[in-house]
Design a protein around this ligand. Structure first.
Ligand code: FAD
Length: 453
């Protein structure tokens, strides 16, 4: 037996839940009583929001502070993504989200870097509030329901699932990306979209750690390099990001790495080889650094170079070696700097030859981290790639190819930075999809479930 519903949402993550909430809100604003239209959400897990629960290390960085325009600029580097997300980020803003959370008893606070968390620092508090909102919005939640097929036929969409067949004139696909597959995101939505004729950019890792071919030396695992510039080089292309880098037992992670990982993955895929380097003096141009080192060498001829490195600042401010805003170069790194520069461990400044000074300078400006082995897709906080943005109407989230189909969240071909931007994009695109579908329902543009029996 086919179950006919007025509005069907597939996926109960951040975007699916907000699609449901946005839809009911729009219907209520159109003064449509709740019993008139059924909103049904199908989720394969036993509960909604599996990813939300583990987000922000269990604390949930739920959104970011600022005006929507700032969020677009700070959170999404790609101009096409910014253009696409603009309408929805203005339609359902971070303020709208925080207002809703506050109404359901969740207090939030912004950190100095703009990231917003619940004051309790418990992601589960956010999830409980969302569950209460869904209940109040009279959403029919169908759990343990994995959708296996989505078909379109003469204006009617049919869904095959582990809980039987569903049919609706309006379906919102909100099944997420492909990272952290254990949370339920196994890329089903991309397959459905492809079958319906959508172009899909192959998923690739974003906000992920990077594994190097040769594992970092044991002495370096665990050290943190503050405010350096990480760069990746492949063929003639180079991409970089400033921030903290943490060396691990299999490669690197940390804010700069996660942020650059999408580009590292893209270059690695394109050229099959990419190399990582770190600039330990990002605020000093090579010439300036060279002069400073020369000056230091003249004044401290008897000092061993390694002694200098052990107390030298990391990423010092421009024009100075005296300020230590980010501490010193980690002691464990010093022998490796000497080694890569091909210097005798006990060499003194006065004994350094010109080429040796040049070689030291090169290593300080581009310390080799290693050759990329992998940027594991499943370990990314999000996955890049997905349904082509040009095939989705950014004002409604409706497919330009399949009538009555709406797509939202990470399933689309965008990926934001760390900082609450990905969740906000999921909430905003979800809300926009739900609102648009519901408005069309209220206008009588879709046949109701009862009329399609
Ligand atoms: C470890 C980790 C930490 C993160 N921390 C943050 C953070 O602090 N801040 C931030 O902004 N972002 C964070 N993110 C990213 C953020 O969680 C996602 O971008 C966001 O959840 C995407 O929402 P979505 O609704 O598109 O997809 P999801 O939240 O992944 O939801 C998709 C849902 O669809 C369901 N589903 C999939 N296939 C089917 C099917 N065939 N049938 C039925 N249901 C299906 C899934 O079970 C899932 O519940 C984090 C991600 C991870 C993995």
């Amino acid at each position: 037996m086919v179950q006919n519903v007025d509005l069907l949402i597939i996926g109960g993550g951040a975007s699916g839940m907000f699609a449901a909430l946005g839809a009911r809100d729009a219907l209520r604003k159109s003064l449509v009583p709740d019993h008139v239209f059924t909103i049904t959400l199908l989720e394969r897990n036993v509960r909604a929001g599996a990813k939300l629960r583990i987000s922000g290390g269990g604390k949930c960085n739920v959104t970011h502070e600022g005006e929507p325009g700032d969020l677009l600029l700070k959170g999404f580097f790609d101009k096409a993504e910014q253009r696409f997300l603009k309408h929805s980020l203005y339609s359902f803003t971070n303020r709208d989200l925080l207002f809703l959370l506050d109404r359901y008893g969740v207090k939030t606070a912004a950190r100095p870097d703009g990231k917003i968390f619940p004051v309790s620092e418990r992601a589960v508090d956010i999830l409980k509030a969302f569950e209460a909102m869904l209940l109040d919005s009279r959403i029919d939640m169908v759990y343990s329901c994995r959708v296996s097929a989505l078909k379109s036929d003469a204006g009617q969409l049919t869904v095959d699932s582990s809980r039987g067949l569903f049919s609706s004139s309006a379906v919102i696909l909100a099944v997420g990306g492909v990272s952290y597959a254990s949370t339920g995101t196994t890329g089903d939505g991309l397959a459905f979209a492809r079958k319906l004729g959508h172009s899909v950019t192959d998923p690739s890792a974003a906000l992920a750690p990077v594994v190097t071919k040769k594992t970092p030396p044991i002495d370096l695992a665990g050290i943190s390099l503050r405010s350096v510039t990480l760069f990746v080089s492949a063929a003639h292309e180079r991409r970089e990001r400033r921030g903290d880098v943490l060396i691990t037992h299999r490669g690197i992670t940390g804010p700069a790495v996660l942020s650059l990982s999408r580009q590292i993955a893209m270059l690695f895929r394109k050229y099959r080889s990419a190399e990582l380097f770190i600039d330990l003096f990002p605020d000093h141009a090579p010439l300036e650094l060279q002069e400073r080192l020369l000056l230091h060498a003249r004044k401290n001829g008897t000092q061993m170079v390694r002694k200098f490195l052990q107390s030298a600042p990391i990423a010092p401010l421009p024009g100075s070696f005296e300020s230590f805003p980010y501490g010193t170069i980690p002691t464990a790194l010093v022998p490796f700097i000497m080694q890569h520069a091909d210097l005798d461990p006990d060499v003194r400044w006065s004994e350094l030859k010109r080429e040796e000074r040049k070689s030291l300078l090169d290593v300080l400006k581009q310390f080799p981290i290693g050759v990329v082995k992998a940027v594991p897709l499943d370990e990314g906080e999000v996955s890049a790639g997905g349904i082509a943005l040009k095939e989705i109407n950014p004002k409604t989230m409706e497919s330009r190819l399949v009538a009555g189909l709406y797509c939202c969240g990470e399933l689309l071909d965008y990926a934001g930075e760390i900082g609450g931007f990905n969740l906000q994009a999921a909430f905003s695109t979800g809300w926009t999809a739900g609102k648009s579908a519901a408005e069309r329902l209220a206008e009588g543009k879709y046949p109701t479930a009862s009329s399609s029996h």
